[in-house]
Design a protein around this ligand. Structure first.
Ligand code: SAH
Length: 241
């Protein structure tokens, strides 16, 4: 855990408090325990949890520094990544965690309880449905997602949820730059504009990692997101203009 503290300081310039360190420790314990019963994630050993889950999730901080979003939504959060590690380091932020699979949202609820996190809501549902609900649509400052879908699909999940002037952040692997290119049309159709591709290097992760940041500059047309299942079946990059 000391290593995690040093890496977070070195990579992101953030000094973790004793309370935050304890929260990461408890997170790791609970994840390991639930994994042995429910198979939540493929990454299981301690070092990998710290690096591939915690550090990688925290790399979103590079986009925000000391100005985290007031309201964040994490789509396809799985076992809470990247939303919960970010909430641990930015306790003032309000957070909505969304996943379509009940055993994942059950774990997230359990963890939010255990870690005594406030202003966190966990919803089991599909991004396409959440994005059409007035209580959630265009309500967030930022939307994030890691390892959920390719970018042309992902922007249809995320952009409807953020307000004009807000932004989305997609955590991507080595195909990030190519995906940013194929998503151009979808980004435009949904009211977004590509701001930045930020390369992230993590210790003991060989693959290149990218943060793709897209600003929302116009309202998302009301027909998006399309019905659940359609964005992944017919991504907007393939649709005729
Ligand atoms: N973000 C986590 C989990 C990635 S796995 C991590 O990086 O570890 C992808 C997750 O997205 C799965 O838990 C899956 O249930 C969820 N998911 C995929 N499509 C979704 C959709 N349309 N709406 C909500 N959740 C979705």
């Amino acid at each position: 855990m000391d290593k995690l503290r040093r890496e977070v300081q070195k990579l992101f310039g953030i000094r973790l408090t004793a309370r935050q360190m304890a929260a990461f420790e408890l997170y790791e314990q609970e994840l390991t325990e639930w994994n042995s019963r429910f198979n939540l994630t493929a990454i299981r050993d301690s070092d990998s949890i710290r690096c591939k889950h915690f550090l990688d999730s925290l790399s979103c901080a590079v986009a925000w520094k000391d100005k985290p979003p007031g309201r964040l939504v994490d789509i396809g959060t799985g076992a809470g990544f990247p939303g919960i590690p970010l909430k641990i380091i930015y306790p003032g932020m309000s957070l909505l965690l969304v996943d379509s699979v009940g055993k994942k949202t059950d774990f997230c609820r359990h963890l939010v309880d255990k870690l005594e996190l406030d202003r966190v809501e966990v919803v089991q549902g599909r991004a396409e449905d959440i994005g059409r609900l007035a209580i959630h649509r265009e309500q967030f400052d930022w939307a994030v997602a890691r390892a959920v879908a390719t970018l042309p699909i992902l922007v249809e999940y995320l952009l409807p949820l953020v307000r004009i002037g807000g932004s989305i952040l997609a955590q991507k692997g080595e195909h990030g730059p190519a995906e940013a290119h194929t998503a151009e049309k979808a980004v435009h159709m949904l009211g977004g504009r590509l701001r930045q591709l930020h390369k992230i290097e993590l210790p003991s992760v060989v693959e290149d990692r990218y943060l793709i940041i897209i600003d929302k500059i116009a309202a998302t047309p009301p027909q998006y997101p399309r019905r659940a299942g359609i964005p992944s079946k017919k991504p907007l990059d393939l649709a005729p203009v």
